[in-house]
Write a protein that binds this ligand. Sequence first.
Ligand code: IPE
Ligand code: IPE
Ligand code: MG
Length: 249
Amino acid sequence: MDHLELKNRIKDNPLPKHVAVIMDGNGRWAKNMGKTRIFGHRNGVRAVRAISEAGAEIGVKYLTLYAFSTENWSRPKIEVNALMSLLVETIHREIETLNKNNIRLRAIGDLSQLPSKTYDALMSGIEDTKENSHMDLTLALNYSGRWEIKNAIQSMVADAVDDKIKPEDITESMISNYLATHFMPDPELLIRTSGEMRLSNFLLWQCAYTEFFFTEKMWPQFTKEDFFEAIIAFQNRERRFGKTGEQIV
Ligand code: IPE
Ligand code: IPE
Ligand code: MG
């Protein structure tokens, strides 16, 4: 099915406000073509552009992309360095398009540990797009769910020691507000490419009731049409939140 045909099959309701994506398979895709893993990452950027456009096109408000996990530091140094440089290059190149499409760049993760060039590029991208309001494009960088939860607990305990909060006042929504994702709702849909079916430490708290969409396609092969198919699959799910099917209809 072509682009328009698929897009027309997407209903206005329920449209996920927040879609999270685990962009996986760059390395294997490149290896299958006899190329370097870094070639795979470079081609992955095209999919990032396509999926950002697709999200904005159908009115997704928050798109969160897992770009580099806390655990990814343990990859070979040459690959880590290439990823960090690719980020700098990509952010500089894409700012204009983000502004044209009214997309706001944001980031979650332990950003202070990024190489200074990457950090600076990221901060300038965030600053230059901060007035944009159509969609938030959030990159999870040096991010992990457990890091985020540990951080939230540290802040809450510190606030309790300072008498700003009382342990008995802690609610689930308060915990959400201490997380890096405090500015967005939980993702209704999570997409992972490359056939892997795990969270790999992504949005652990936030995915409590998220619908998962897994595809065998490698990230550099993932297209706008694939994204639309994931949205259509989501719209055909019955989200029960613990109730019975009869209670939903
Ligand atoms: C995803 O692709 C990109 C990052 C994790 C940065 P991979 O690099 O994990 O590719 P595979 O999984 O090894 O094929
Ligand atoms: C998850 O992919 C992290 C990102 C997509 C940035 P990985 O390729 O690092 O995950 P594992 O190691 O296969 O679980
Ligand atoms: Mg991988």
